[in-house]
Design a protein around this ligand. Structure first.
Ligand code: MEV
Length: 337
């Protein structure tokens, strides 16, 4: 029996969420929380040993299955990226599933092919949005969108007919980030839609989008100069701008304010409305304590992680026990993001 195992990381955004949807610059970093998937051919769709009608699976997985035209598979999902939290769980799921199914069907599994297919799945499921999360998860490490880059750093270009993005790899200097999860789940689609309505009806909101893009460009310069003070200040300013756009919430604002005395800067990360904030700090323990004191869950994240990985093997069942153990407590493969 042929098995395919694939995995892809979640991500956080240093600068540029929401404005990236309008083709503005952004910086995103992959982190050490991954979505792992294992598939094998089956006579019907199964997810973690439970029968799953295709219409019952996540829309991302359904889109990828339909697009590739695969026959039914049995899928084991082990998602370590919290869903609906702005950490790119649906992008990681889409990348891992796209890589697994592509490999099973003998299709290309290079980072770019997977990033494109996963973005199509995200776009179909979410209605709008940029290829930031799917590209960050496919490439791993760190990426920038629509910033000036050297030729050797160019990764790929993606457009959706309305907007286009040049995606390049970037070096992130040695920095410590702590994520704070409010535990409030918020879907990306409605927040992107809220910003669209605001932007289309208010010149003030579209000026904020422009400003968010400029802040991301300044952030790139600060990173190149290893200027953590400047980068942190830009992150905090970015949070204030996102709050004015209406995508923050009290819990995020309180957590950001609480960690600022121990951080270079802090901001919400991802689509907002709940979900997570991120702090740039050299006092991760103190920041984690503050996050906990404000009702959140801290993650001291590691960066510099690989993107999508995929491996096909002929199984003799020896690894099954490990997967059975892993899947305990794992989600069903339905991402809420
Ligand atoms: C990405 O994590 C969040 C948004 O920028 C949406 C997108 O880029 O697709 C809000």
């Amino acid at each position: 029996m042929t098995y395919v195992s694939a995995s892809a990381p979640g991500k956080f955004v240093i600068l540029g969420e929401h404005s990236v949807v309008y083709g503005k610059p952004a910086i995103s970093v992959a982190m050490n929380m991954r979505f792992s998937i294992r598939v094998k051919r089956s006579d019907r769709y199964m997810v973690n040993n439970q029968p799953a009608a295709p219409y019952n699976m996540s829309p991302h997985m359904r889109y990828i299955s339909d697009k590739i035209g695969t026959s039914p598979v049995s899928i084991y999902v082990d998602g370590r990226v919290p869903s609906g939290s702005g950490l790119g769980s649906s992008a990681a799921l889409s990348n891992a599933y796209a890589a697994a199914i592509s490999c099973l069907e003998g299709l290309p599994t290079d980072e770019e092919s997977i990033a494109r297919l996963a973005y199509e799945a995200e776009y179909a499921a979410q209605g709008r949005g940029s290829p930031m999360d799917t590209s960050a998860s496919a490439h791993g490490h760190a990426i920038a969108l629509n910033v000036p880059y050297d030729d050797e750093d160019f990764l790929w270009h993606i457009d959706n007919g309305e907007r286009s993005w040049d995606i390049s790899k970037i070096d992130v200097p040695e920095m410590h980030f702590v994520i704070g999860n409010t535990g409030i789940k918020a879907a990306t689609g409605p927040l992107v839609e809220k910003v669209r309505e605001y932007t289309e009806s208010s010149r003030f909101a579209s000026e904020i989008i422009e400003e968010l893009g400029d802040v991301a460009l300044d952030g790139m310069k600060a990173m190149k100069n290893n200027d953590l003070e400047e980068l942190g200040a830009l992150m905090t300013y970015d949070h204030r701008l996102l709050s004015i756009l209406g995508v923050s919430c009290n819990e995020l604002n309180h957590m950001v304010d609480a960690v600022l005395p121990y951080s270079y800067g802090a901001k919400l990360t991802g689509s907002g409305g709940g979900g997570c904030m991120v702090a740039l700090t050299d006092r991760p323990d103190k920041v984690s304590k503050e996050i906990r004191a404000h009702g959140g869950t801290p993650y001291i994240v590691k960066t510099g992680v690989p993107g999508v990985t995929v491996k096909m093997r002929e199984g003799d069942g020896r690894n099954r026990r490990r997967w059975r153990q892993k899947k305990k407590g794992a989600p069903t493969g339905k991402s809420k993001e």
